[in-house]
Ligand binder design. Structure first.
Ligand code: NAD
Ligand code: TYD
Length: 351
């Protein structure tokens, strides 16, 4: 049996990933380490609670002793590191936790993995690791910075992050790269575009707009709404990560994108029209500081070298996602009554 340590598995992408992995690889054990911040929700995983191959450990990836204990008890063969502070707007309000979780947390995981995975961990010149081990860092296209009207992100581009969030993710990528170069650790880094789909926390564009639309609340569009993102369905992303985990060449970076470039305002209007609401709900508000204008991914490397390709069109994916939020109002209602209500009030009360 292979054991995969998934960090941040109670969040949006991590929970979708764990559920997919348990179905796809019934002989694997998944150990989910999550400290349960505002974004972590065990309700996302209720359908697999009873699974024999699934273990949840509530702890912080920055806690060295706890990570050592997890390695001692479960001997993971691979780590998929999703755990992060993930929201750009929050990183503008409070950058520091992005640095500690996203950078230091990743380093604690790397260091612990090196100790347990290296055949001779006391020999700094040895580059020999236990067979089959892998550290997979889930990163973002935002590390490349912003694009103009044309061009696509390719893996060889320099990292030019613009927000505290993307700067922290870029820093983590560089530490992961260094562990491969210096210590020979088998690693991969994946850089995906904006995800959407079931269980996404309603602070992000798509679920926020669906949720507000359903309540006929203002739809806060930053600036002119013409910023472009390249949308990737979370199920396609999870399959891509599984593909890299099994087929990725050690030390390589893989971009993951859905070939779905859309301006924010197009998405907002599509949600309004699908839900049969009025475009009068749109409220153009002050732009986000340092707002990246356009992201778009060239996914040639993963499609040609590893054989993955996205299966969702945006039209299909957004239809299913809107339906999911309609069918799971209780899930959003539970979130909206907690800390999220305070966050929303703080962010959008005077824009
Ligand atoms: P999320 O915010 O929904 O979930 C993050 C999870 O990490 C939560 O369950 C949280 O409790 C956990 N966590 C936070 N700090 C932790 C800590 N110190 N120790 C243990 N657990 C901790 O995020 P997401 O949208 O699922 O994103 C997952 C990963 O994918 C992140 O690394 C993010 O940078 C990356 N990513 C996300 C997107 C996207 O569109 N959502 C796009 C590109 C990359
Ligand atoms: P977001 O979901 O926060 O993802 P990211 O900033 O990581 O791309 O935002 C997606 C786009 O939507 C981004 O251009 C900012 C914009 N946006 C709004 O216009 N209004 C909002 O209320 C939010 C949350 C985002």
């Amino acid at each position: 049996m292979r054991t995969i340590l998934v960090t941040g598995g109670a969040g949006f992408i991590g929970s979708n990933f764990i559920k997919m992995m348990l179905k796809k690889h019934p002989d694997y054990r998944i150990v989910n380490v999550d400290v349960l911040t505002y974004a972590g929700n065990l309700g996302n995983l209720s359908e697999i609670d009873a699974s024999e191959n699934y273990v949840f450990v509530k702890t912080d990836i920055r806690n060295r002793d706890a990570m050592t204990e997890i390695f001692k008890v479960y001997s993971p063969d691979a780590i998929v590191n999703f755990a992060a502070e993930s929201h750009v707007d929050r990183s503008i309000e409070e950058p520091e936790i992005f640095l500690t979780t996203n950078i230091i947390g990743t380093h604690v995981l790397l260091e612990t993995a090196k100790k347990f995975w290296k055949i001779d961990s006391d020999d700094k010149y040895s580059r020999e690791y236990k067979p089959g081990v892998k550290f997979l860092q889930v990163s973002t296209d935002e590390v490349y910075g912003a694009l103009g009207q044309s061009g696509l992100f390719v893996e060889s581009m320099p990292l030019l992050p613009n927000s505290p969030y993307s700067a922290s993710k870029a820093s983590a990528d560089l530490i992961v790269r260094a562990y491969n170069e210096t210590f020979g650790m088998p690693v991969n880094i994946t850089r995906c575009s904006n995800n959407y789909g079931p269980y996404q926390f309603p602070e992000k564009l798509i679920p926020l707009m669906i949720n507000n639309c359903l309540q006929e609340k203002d739809l806060p569009v930053y600036g002119d709404g013409m910023q472009v993102r390249d949308w990737l369905h979370v199920f396609d992303h999870c399959v891509a990560i599984d593909t890299v985990l099994h087929k990725g060449k050690d030390g390589e970076v893989y971009n993951i994108g859905g070939n779905n470039e859309k301006a924010n305002i197009e998405i907002v209007k599509l949600i309004i029209n699908t839900l049969g609401k009025s475009e009068d709900l749109i409220k153009y508000v002050k732009d986000r500081p340092g707002h990246d204008r356009r992201y778009a991914i060239d996914n040639t490397k993963i499609t040609t070298e590893l054989g993955w390709k996205p299966s969702y069109t945006f039209e299909q994916g957004i239809k299913e996602t809107i339906q999911w939020y309609l069918d799971n109002k209780e899930w959003t209602d539970n979130i909206a009554t907690g800390d999220y209500a305070k966050y929303y009030e703080k962010m959008y009360s005077n824009v």
